[in-house]
Design a protein around this ligand. Structure first.
Ligand SMILES: [Zn+2]
Ligand SMILES: [Zn+2]
Length: 344
């Protein structure tokens, strides 16, 4: 029943003008209707578990965007500017994050071969989904085939290094190689496998083992391939805001996402933005549940300066007071599997 109400609410909600959405959403939080909680489950963890993930994608995520005004290159550059500051704040509060990284960002550069970027990679057929429209040209048509110094919105080996060697102990996860739709409808098994293998190839060169997946654009599927390629968990959009992760029928740990940190164009002030995130943590604590916060590192500089630091401080204080644990997705997935005596 709640599934039907929620999907109906979402359909109406996303058709409202953005400012009205902000008012509706703000009131739902004020009245305590949001965040919603799954009250019928027991957490497998002995403490309230908070996990965080970042969709580290730069220009790749916005190439085929249906949203007008989404300029891939400038969003990529904004992300490049933000990442060192995000890492600095996370180090300061010692908060680990799973950085779901588009595989192409591992590269120092790339070249055209046989007249094509990444000629070894299969391409998706033309498709359209909620966020993107790919209906002409080549899937890699925006790839500058250059290097991270000349085209810094498309490659980020320097930022990957910063993440890997940060004090906070981050995890490098996967966000596909080319930020592609992974649904069974728009991604064949061979494309999914090639995307994963390409990510793993470049990750392994840096000594990184990929085991956590965040589907690009939330377009989820090809779970069998993930499992076969050694992944142990992924993030998904669930019915409730506050819910616990579970082991799905493929043996993968599914983390329900709770809330996306960021401004959203609602014109909320910093205090409201902060209170809304706090309400998720507070509900997770009062129901002894879990909370998964995620963000786009391309978030507005305003949010990064005015909201993000106080959130990280708040999380660190709760952790230091013994009220929550903060682990990466990979660590929390292993913990969950151990609690259920599932050894691989
Ligand atoms: Zn390339
Ligand atoms: Zn993405």
């Amino acid at each position: 029943m709640i599934k039907i109400i929620k999907s109906g609410y979402r359909k109406i909600y996303y058709h409202l003008p953005v400012m009205i959405r902000g008012v509706v959403s703000g009131n739902l939080y004020r009245w305590g209707i949001k965040p919603t909680v799954n009250k019928h489950v027991r957490s497998p963890f002995n403490r309230v578990m908070v996990t965080l993930s970042a969709d580290f994608e730069m220009a790749w995520a916005f190439r085929f965007s249906k949203k007008s005004g989404n300029d891939a290159e400038s969003i990529g550059l904004q992300e490049r500017e933000n990442v060192p500051e995000i890492i600095r704040q996370l180090d300061h509060y010692h908060i680990p994050v799973t950085w779901a990284t588009v595989g192409h960002l591992f590269l120092e550069g790339c070249k055209r071969e046989n007249g094509l970027p990444h000629s070894n990679m299969p391409r998706p057929d033309f498709f359209e989904n909620k966020n993107w429209r790919f209906q002409e040209g080549d899937w890699y048509q925006h790839d500058p085939c250059s290097n991270y110094k000349e085209a810094p919105a498309w490659y980020a080996p320097d930022l990957v290094d910063m993440i890997m060697y940060a004090k906070a102990g981050h995890e490098i996860g996967c966000h596909t190689f080319s930020h592609t739709d992974f649904t069974y409808r728009n991604c064949s098994e061979s494309l999914a496998l090639a995307e994963i293998k390409e990510c793993k190839k470049h990750a392994v060169e840096r000594g990184v083992v990929l085991r956590s997946m965040v589907f690009a654009g939330g377009a989820a599927g090809n779970y069998e391939t993930l499992k076969e390629e050694g992944f142990i968990c992924y993030r998904y959009n669930g019915v409730y805001d506050i819910d616990i992760p579970f082991i799905d029928r493929f043996g993968l740990v599914a983390f329900p996402s709770s809330y996306c940190l960021g401004e959203r164009g609602y014109n909320w002030n910093a205090a409201t933005c902060f209170d809304v995130v706090k309400s998720h943590i507070a509900k997770a604590i009062s129901y002894n549940s879990t909370c998964h916060l995620w963000f786009h590192p391309s978030m507005s500089p305003w949010y990064l300066k005015q909201v993000f630091p106080q959130l990280m401080k708040y999380l660190a204080e709760l952790r230091d007071a013994g009220k929550i644990d903060i682990l990466t997705m990979g660590e929390a997935a292993v913990k969950l599997k151990n609690s259920q005596k599932i050894v691989e």
